[in-house]
Design a protein around this ligand. Structure first.
Ligand code: HEC
Ligand code: HEC
Ligand code: HEC
Ligand code: HEC
Ligand code: HEC
Ligand code: HEC
Ligand code: HEC
Ligand code: HEC
Length: 244
């Protein structure tokens, strides 16, 4: 039977293609391909030859043992050093030449701590807009062993200026809570839970009105006659009520 002309031509084309493939294979397929299976055996060595970027937190402990111990005992025990300080093998190799950065600004911590409903229940989260704004997180939280900081007991811890002014005034001996009722939560979330402020003249009258039962050294005024159309603190600053 005679092979049709076009099939013979096709045969030549196939033969040429197969020959080209065989030649290319001997040039292009890497030498170690197939030694250990259907991949390039030398790949393991070439990957291993990449320069190391991350050192691992155990390495850091060799020199920063104090911080390593602190972190291991604290709430960030699960957050490795290089999560915050970046890959630092170069620093481990030459500690004095390579200085690792530290994430000191407010933008960083909310990557993990900003409120997000997909985070596990109970994971400590805050609203970065409302939670003590404008100050870096690390002014209040130690990044290596973070705890919610101790809540200051003294009013003067946060209202220093008022406390210092009052200390020099005729009201020096009146505790702040004489005039303000302060819920304990005010010291934790001061902008949300606010103390009371005196609202009317009669409040000051408790000590200053004629015949009032307050301390004897408080000067008395005629409450009905003494500038009756105004609140007392429109003229007397309550934390420094001096008349001259
Ligand atoms: C071989 C000892 C050594 C190792 C290991 C080491 N460090 Fe250091 N590190 C130092 C020394 C020394 C300094 C102080 C350098 C200076 O004051 O310029 C330093 C400073 C630092 C600083 C402060 C930089 C600054 O702003 O002052 C950070 C952050 C730091 N290391 C993080 C790390 C981390 C993360 C690791 C682990 C990946 C690590 N170090 C491993 C020796 C080491
Ligand atoms: C949650 C992020 C975070 C982790 C985790 C962390 N650091 Fe830091 N680190 C910081 C920040 C932020 C500062 C800057 C503190 C400052 O300026 O007061 C810092 C500062 C440092 C400093 C400078 C010296 C100092 O005390 O201020 C060194 C050294 C350091 N870190 C090493 C480490 C090592 C070692 C680890 C792991 C054991 C680690 N850090 C884990 C965030 C982190
Ligand atoms: C990679 C994620 C990550 C980053 C970045 C991170 N944290 Fe944390 N933080 C955690 C984990 C995990 C815990 C432990 C949570 C737990 O115990 O359930 C934690 C715990 C805390 C706690 C304790 C809260 C509590 O109620 O006990 C505070 C405060 C805190 N982190 C502040 C910070 C600050 C400030 C920074 C920035 C310097 C920061 N975190 C960066 C993951 C992170
Ligand atoms: C002015 C000080 C201050 C600053 C700045 C501050 N915090 Fe706090 N943080 C507190 C106090 C006080 C608490 C405990 C009371 C509370 O829950 O509000 C707290 C609680 C937390 C908690 C625990 C919440 C929980 O439900 O357990 C996390 C997490 C936290 N802060 C992260 C941050 C991060 C992240 C930043 C920066 C974006 C930051 N804090 C800035 C004072 C501060
Ligand atoms: C943790 C810090 C902190 C402590 C402690 C604290 N305060 Fe405040 N207080 C604030 C902040 C912040 C505001 C809001 C100031 C503003 O909005 O300008 C505030 C507001 C007030 C106001 C004004 C409320 C209003 O509606 O105008 C009074 C009154 C007050 N505090 C009294 C006190 C007294 C009294 C104490 C002590 C028993 C005290 N505070 C303790 C932080 C604190
Ligand atoms: C004699 C009563 C009195 C005492 C004592 C007193 N306050 Fe006040 N305080 C007031 C009155 C009244 C106002 C309202 C003033 C106004 O609305 O203008 C006020 C307002 C404030 C405000 C609002 C901001 C401002 O300056 O007007 C703060 C904060 C405050 N007091 C804190 C304190 C603190 C802290 C102490 C203790 C160190 C204290 N007060 C003691 C009467 C008092
Ligand atoms: C319109 C401004 C104004 C108002 C409102 C006002 N005062 Fe006076 N107050 C003065 C002036 C001015 C003096 C000093 C001159 C005098 O004795 O009349 C004074 C004096 C005083 C004295 C000192 C009296 C003495 O003998 O040393 C007391 C106490 C006093 N005021 C309390 C109050 C009380 C309490 C209120 C609210 C019920 C109040 N004031 C409202 C302006 C005012
Ligand atoms: C718990 C009692 C008490 C309350 C409430 C009180 N004061 Fe006084 N105040 C005193 C005493 C005591 C003195 C005098 C202290 C001294 O001179 O030793 C005084 C002094 C003054 C003086 C006189 C200052 C001077 O120059 O002689 C003024 C004005 C005054 N208070 C205004 C007020 C105002 C306004 C309020 C209301 C916001 C107020 N006081 C609430 C106890 C009180």
């Amino acid at each position: 039977m005679k092979v049709p002309q076009q099939v013979a031509r096709l045969g030549v084309v196939f033969a040429a293609a197969i020959a080209a493939l065989l030649v290319a294979r001997s040039f292009l397929v890497p030498e170690t391909f197939g030694e250990l299976g259907h991949y390039r055996a030398a790949a393991i060595d070439s990957i291993a030859a990449h320069p190391k970027k991350y050192a691992g937190h155990q390495e850091c402990a060799a020199c920063h043992d104090d911080l390593a111990a602190k972190r291991a005992a604290g709430n960030h025990r699960g957050v490795a050093c290089e999560v915050c300080h970046g890959p630092q093998q170069a620093h481990v190799d030459a500690p004095l030449d390579v200085k690792p950065p530290a994430p000191r600004d407010r933008g960083f911590c909310p990557l993990c701590h900003a409120y997000n409903p997909s985070r596990p229940t109970g994971f400590p989260q805050i609203d970065p807009v409302a939670h003590n704004p404008l100050r870096p997180c690390i002014t209040c939280h130690d990044p290596h062993a973070p705890v919610p900081p101790a809540v200051p007991e003294e009013c003067s811890a946060c209202h220093g200026q008022i406390a210092r002014q009052k200390a020099l005034s005729h009201h020096a001996n009146l505790p702040c809570v004489t005039c303000h009722q302060v819920p304990q939560q005010h010291k934790v979330t001061p902008r949300v839970i606010r103390p009371t402020k005196p609202a009317e003249r009669a409040f000051c009258g408790r000590c200053h009105a004629e015949g009032a039962s307050g301390p004897a050294e408080a000067p008395r005024i005629d409450l009905a006659a003494h500038h009756p159309r105004y609140l007392c603190w429109q003229c007397h600053y309550p934390h420094y009520p001096e008349t001259q």
